[in-house]
Design a protein around this ligand. Sequence first.
Ligand SMILES: O=C(O)CCC(=O)C(=O)O
Ligand SMILES: [Fe+2]
Length: 196
Amino acid sequence: MPAAFADLFDTPLLPGLAAADGFLSEAEEQALIAHIDAQTLEPFRFQGWLGKRLTTSFGWSYDFDRGAFDQADPIPEWLKSVKACAAAFAGLPDDDLVQALLIRYDPGAGIGWHRDRPVFEHVVGVSLGVPATMRFRRRRGAGFERVSAPLAPRSVYHLSGEARHEWEHSIAEMEVTRWSITFRSFSERGRRARDS
Ligand SMILES: O=C(O)CCC(=O)C(=O)O
Ligand SMILES: [Fe+2]
């Protein structure tokens, strides 16, 4: 992974959204995909409802069925170098990224409009396999203001500040399988929940 990345957008599409192409080599991408596929991935569960995307998490896991978060298996060795590079991209200490969420979106799977859970602060994501579009929206008057960000395979993105807190994001249903790895840091609220 190169040590320095040019911002994909000279002027960011949204304050708090940074992204860069060419974060991984094709060999690194293929190795990560093989590792993700070797995990036991489970359909995302939300209040008794089963989503089509398949997930597992390390470090900490957020249980959307119970609305609670718990310690999960430690982040495995094979994720450590990509996590260190993701932290460097986001300008964060590596140790701040306490959660790794693996997702496989098979055809027909996407992720609906949401903001990530408030126990987390920074979100740093890596895209694998095929291009996708991350859509953003926020309420404006009677409607929504909308922005779309292309996520190339092997690219990285960082959500913080306004893009993280004021906008919702989603990914339309995929036609071809895509994988993603997202790393998260705790928010102040998350640290309090962890320590309680
Ligand atoms: O697949 C991605 O890159 C985004 C995933 C996401 O938004 C989430 O897990 O909260
Ligand atoms: Fe998200």
